[in-house]
Design a protein around this ligand. Structure first.
Ligand code: TEU
Ligand code: CA
Length: 539
């Protein structure tokens, strides 16, 4: 169906991701919760965001911090109740903020009633809700490994079969080839649509179509057929925003996922840029320096590739990724300047920007001892790599650089105990730099990272060129400058960023800097670019 401009609100929106367990605790148990989020809605309204992507708050044994769901239609008591959820939707709505639910549909928890039944017998009506293969106790169907370590197959004696799990042993993959499973899933999605949510983030959605016997874990032949069927039975034809997490997506895939016809999703999270600082063909833990020329090429390819025929998400961070100012900026001397530069670089582009909680403060990675980490992926990797003979120093270097708990340290609200996150013992240690980096200080400081994000958000709402303009990379071979221009009707926007700590004496071409200076992270832009200097001009 023809979608009206109103239903495309998300094209000019900025979306904020909350990781509930680390955002704001309201009852002193050291875990963030929904009432805590409600208490911080005015902060988010002040920032100027349009929607909140909520990481899972459903009932869950928390093996993977809620990405292992045992009841898709109820809220886990640690986060609150369905009534709290209704209050969040309503209170956010009063501030013109929509709530986007995180749907984990590739797998459930092994404590979901479906799996508890499925593992009882081969002829149980729920058995084929999951993926089983015959075999003998010590001979799995093949040597596929699970993302969090160990084999992707686990033996169940009661049925003398293996079940398939791409993630932890407690996250059995759902069998999307079973129409009964798909029907159950559409009921779940409609349950939340009827509760008034504003959209969905769909976890590892490219992995719902797989061929485990051929060791294919995503982009199976039925993928788009399933997504379109889901769309038709649920959010299709509404103004809900949908964003699929697709680690393996190419530009060509994203054109299909985000086709303007609205048959699939609004957009996807693509990760080609995210994989640029690891040794090719290896894991994220196998560190490599970022090649900015490659980053410029990749981001430009996606800008040009989806212009007019799809839609980009724009992000540096999420709950799985290290914090960008530590990763590709400078979290020491130039923390504030580089955080602002990285934001400028992204917010000048076409697409929907996603802010991950604390990114707007310039929060950084934390270098803890292994005993302070909680993430299943990190703890598995620590054990596996030590067992393989890696030195503890190398393992900890990788964890400090890429561990998911970097993003999950509690939100730093103020300089009181536990950064104002909790009166109790936080589930994960608070980054000790909360005394210097916190929302209380930054919301009262004119040139803070928070104030800068707020201004960028306001600029995107004021000037349609940010939303509509086309894109052209400039100075493409220059390793120190990321510059591009956007054009729309008779306007031109120039975004010019010094991506490093060097003072750059080369002159910026005059026509880039002729227009009105809309934004800069230095008070007095001079004739050359200072360390991490970023500027936006409008002509
Ligand atoms: O992440 C997908 C995923 O593959 C990530 O685990 C990624 O591979 C890894 O974090 C990179 O280090 C989604 C969720 O975002 C993640 O939190 C879940 O753990 C995972 O799916 C399973 O649901
Ligand atoms: Ca709590």
């Amino acid at each position: 169906m023809k979608t009206t401009e109103k239903s495309l609100w998300w094209k000019s929106a900025v979306i904020y991701q909350i990781y509930p367990r680390s955002f704001q605790d309201s009852n002193g148990d050291g875990i963030g919760d929904i009432p805590g989020i409600i208490s911080r809605l005015d902060y988010l309204a002040d920032l100027g965001i349009d929607a909140i992507w909520l990481s899972p708050v459903y009932r869950s044994p928390q093996d993977d911090n809620g990405y292992d769901i045992s009841d898709y239609c109820d809220v886990d008591p640690m986060f609150g109740t369905l009534t709290d959820m209704d209050a969040l939707i309503s209170e956010a709505g009063k501030r013109h903020i929509r709530i986007i639910m995180d749907l984990v549909l590739n797998h459930s928890s092994d404590e979901h009633p479906w799996f508890i039944q499925a593992r009882k017998s081969r002829d149980n009506p729920f058995h084929d809700y999951y993926i089983w293969r015959d075999g003998s106790k010590d001979v799995p169907p093949n040597d596929m490994k699970a993302c969090f370590g160990g084999p992707a197959w686990t033996w169940v004696p009661s049925v003398q079969q293996y079940y398939f799990h791409q993630f932890s042993v407690k996250q059995p993959d759902l069998n999307w080839d079973n129409p009964k499973v798909r029907k159950e899933i559409y009921k779940i999605i409609n349950f939340w649509i009827e509760r008034g949510v504003g959209g969905f983030r769909l976890d590892v959605i490219d992995q719902i179509a797989k061929e485990p016997d051929l060791k294919i874990t995503n982009n199976g032949p039925m993928l788009h057929a399933y997504i379109r069927e889901m769309n038709r039975h649920t959010f299709g034809g509404t103004d809900l925003v949908t964003v699929g997490e697709a680690w393996g997506a190419t530009v060509e895939d994203a054109k299909i996922y985000s086709d303007p016809s609205g048959r699939e999703f609004s957009m996807v999270f693509q990760f080609e840029h995210i994989g640029l600082d690891q040794i090719p063909g290896k894991e994220k833990w196998d560190l490599a320096p970022l090649d900015w020329i490659k980053l410029k090429k990749v981001l430009s390819k996606w800008q040009i590739g989806l212009h007019g025929c799809g839609w980009n998400s724009l992000f540096w961070n999420n709950h799985d990724l290290p914090r960008i100012v530590s990763r590709w900026g400078d979290d020491g001397k130039f923390r504030i300047k580089s955080a602002k530069m990285l934001a400028t670089l992204l917010y000048g582009m076409q697409g929907t920007p996603y802010i991950y909680q604390g990114e707007e403060l310039g929060m950084t990675n934390a270098s803890y001892d292994i005993s302070d980490y909680r993430d299943i992926e990190t703890l598995h990797m620590y054990r596996e790599r030590l067992a393989k003979g890696y030195s503890e120093a190398d393992v900890m270097r990788s964890i400090h650089a890429k561990g998911r708990d970097n993003a999950r340290t509690p939100m730093q609200w103020d300089n009181s105990k536990n950064a104002g996150f909790s009166d109790g013992e936080p589930w994960l240690r608070v980054n000790p730099n909360y005394m210097q980096i916190n929302a209380e200080d930054e919301t009262h400081t004119n040139d803070s990272v928070f104030a800068y994000y707020k201004d960028l958000i306001a600029l995107r709402k004021k000037y349609p060129i940010f939303i509509e303009g086309d894109y052209q990379l400039l100075m493409s071979d220059n390793p120190d400058i990321f510059a591009y221009k956007r054009t729309w009707k008779e306007q031109t926007l120039y975004v010019i960023c010094n991506i490093g700590a060097k003072e750059l004496k080369e002159v910026i071409p005059k026509d880039y800097t002729h227009g009105t200076l809309l934004k800069s992270n230095y008070a007095e832009p001079g004739s050359y670019l200072k360390p991490y200097e970023a500027r936006i001009y409008l002509k």
